[in-house]
Design a protein around this ligand. Sequence first.
Ligand code: MTE
Ligand code: MO
Length: 379
Amino acid sequence: SPWAQEPKRHALLKPASKRPFNAEPPIGMLADKFYTPNELFYVRNHLPVPSINPDEYELELVVELSNAQSNRTFNLDDIQKMPKHTVTAAIMCGGNRRSEMTRIKPVKGLSWGPGAVGNAKWSGARLCDVLQAQGVQPDERLHVIFEGADLDPTAHPYGASIPLSKALDPRGDVVLAYEMNDQPLSRDHGYPIRAIVPGTVGARNVKWLTRIVVTDSESDSHWQQNDYKGFSPSTDWDTVDFSLAQAIQAMPVTSAICTPMPEERVKVDKDGCITVRGYAWSGGGRRIERVDLTSDAGKTWHVAQLEQENLPDGRHYGWSLWTARLPISADQQKEQHMEIWAKAVDSSYNVQPEAFENIWNLRGVLANAYHKVKVKLSQ
Ligand code: MTE
Ligand code: MO
């Protein structure tokens, strides 16, 4: 059975599906640490986890230009001997928070809560160094295809691609990573090497990387062509034409409340406030500028305190954790229940949409409306 070699997983990872293994950590723990502990980092596998012997591991690089083709093979040592680059990046699944979108109308996809995201420090060789050493020059028409060692039943590997301009940009911080939070990658997260494409949807961060192709077309894989794309709320399975939509690359701004959790009973403190914590993130290296919270459906907003790296905008790939103290009125305390809303604003002043109705799409991706959590109050 292809499932006989699956790794052991942490008991707190709650599976959305077991084969392939897909799981997110308890939301209440997600904002506890700026760097998500490796064993609690969400796992999104489309296929069985490949078992790779590091001594036999090979990474093939193919450069296909109109006038020339070159091939080169690297082993693990070759990659680890190159200058080591470390970048903090949140990885988020394109379907993160899908379960909230499903409440509007059913969608196809794993029912993710807000935990299909994690933040880590990734170390490895920079893809721009590898490509430059092979003489690859900037060209807006080209793409970089990544293939994994995980194969579907027809022996096709998991694959995805990114524009060459992102791969060659030294500020793009794309790395062939062999470490996650200073530890060797675990099998679930891509051992021995995965592509880390900061600011870009999780699907392009290909694990168990075995092949890189620089060429003039995007990956022809299912996941690049017929999945991870956005559509109008009126597009349905009878009318959808995947060839007309752009593959998701940079993700839109989003945030989520991690504590309190839905339906949790929260104690109002002696100053008449409750404390709310969560995360916020935007794709494309856009820093989070602000997170706003309301407990009265937007009549009054309270600005959260941010915990984030001090990095220039455009190259700010990690998430921001935030904490807010929300004053609770006497009326709310009497009613004993209320709803908290969170919305984030990024450095381009992009802001989350208020509701899911107008961003609903049949695959349930890009689910970034305000996060709304109902809680109960106690004295
Ligand atoms: N890479 C391979 N080879 N196979 C996969 O199934 N899943 C992708 C991406 N890379 C996938 C892959 C998707 S959709 C996501 S969201 C991220 O890996 C999840 O990364 P993680 O499991 O390390 O959190
Ligand atoms: Mo994903």
